[in-house]
Design a protein around this ligand. Sequence first.
Ligand code: BGC
Length: 421
Amino acid sequence: MKRILLSTVCVAVLGLAAAAVEPAQAQDQGSVEVLHWWTSGGEAAAVGVLKQDMESKGVAWQDMPVAGGAGEAAMTALRARVTSGNPPTAAQLLGMSLRAWAEEGYLGDLTEVAEPEGWDSVIPEPLQAFAKYDGHYVAAPVNIHRPNWLWSNAKIFEENGLTPPKTWDEFNQVAEALQAKGIQPLAHGGQNWQDTTVFDDVVLGIGGPEFYQKAIIEADPEALGSDTMVKVFDQMRKIRGFVDPNFSGRDWNLATAMVLNGEAAMQLMGDWAKGEIIAAGKTPGVDILCTPAPGTEGSFLFNTDFFAMFDVGEERRPAQLIMASAAMSPSFQETFNLAKGSIPARTDVPGDKFDECGKQSMADIKAAQEKGTLMGSLAHGHAQPPAVQGAMFDVVTNHFNSDQSSADAAKALVDAVAAAQ
Ligand code: BGC
């Protein structure tokens, strides 16, 4: 007994001694420079979790935020850095652009941490397909976002005796009812990626999962130019009529704020909007309701934020590996995703701390994977390579901001995709 006690004390004392010297050791782990586009309130809270985690491990954090939802501006900044021979340690990338950087040969090899930590057994296969290139990991996936959500202000819905719409017809009825009462139905920011986030929902909601697969994932010209696609553009035109006149160029988080403040009833947006709800001290699922975007129940569009690790040379590599390992740790993935609005990329993180919407995401993604209705988001870089994605963005946004007919828009989509392929 005495021996046990003594050794316990020894361990404790040694532990204290180790803790006491840790700051000195901790300062010596180098630094990481991280490029990302997480600049809204909820996003900044989430990235703060990683920064703190790294600093606690003695790795200095050099922040390189490039504002702009969905990362378009960040991608321009990244290209400038890499092509001038000075890549950041890590960059936030979405699946298809991650693949493109890997193909260009700019990314490092994370086998050294991925293998002993057993990443293969905890990262879902659809994410591995992006995180690995040529058989080895080049990036760490930190989350799974679901872009096909509808966020509704509970008070507005209750006061007007309405429930969140489940189909696009219901959506139109609810929006018209709100409009008749002088309430702004939809908060939207007119930027190409936001328009396409809505477009993804409409393609999936009107055409169904098989149609989304054909048109968006396979870019099948017949599906792109079909009558169903014409109906999709008809619905996009309707949606345009439910948006306020100042929508052009508005950032997504300002649109979320409109729903939070009761200036608008709904927003069609990915669950990074939930990060804003949480940062504003409101409860997702209670103050702001989450339901799958109309017609998309049973399907799960996904996008994942990866930290792509650039080939930065031997000197900067140890800190990079510490970051890769930290980003994949279960406790980090839990804390980070509680703030970010997404769910963990790892399959072994318990869901009990997540709110109602997070729990629904976790259940829905499982069901969708089993049914084959888990599909990548076009708007958020998991359906088409950047060139084709850009061509589709242009068509969607041009239609949304003009009086182009639905038939002409569908035809333009076929042509634009063919030219970009
Ligand atoms: C990213 C999210 C981000 C959102 C808005 C998405 O493409 O995956 O992490 O919060 O864009 O910027």
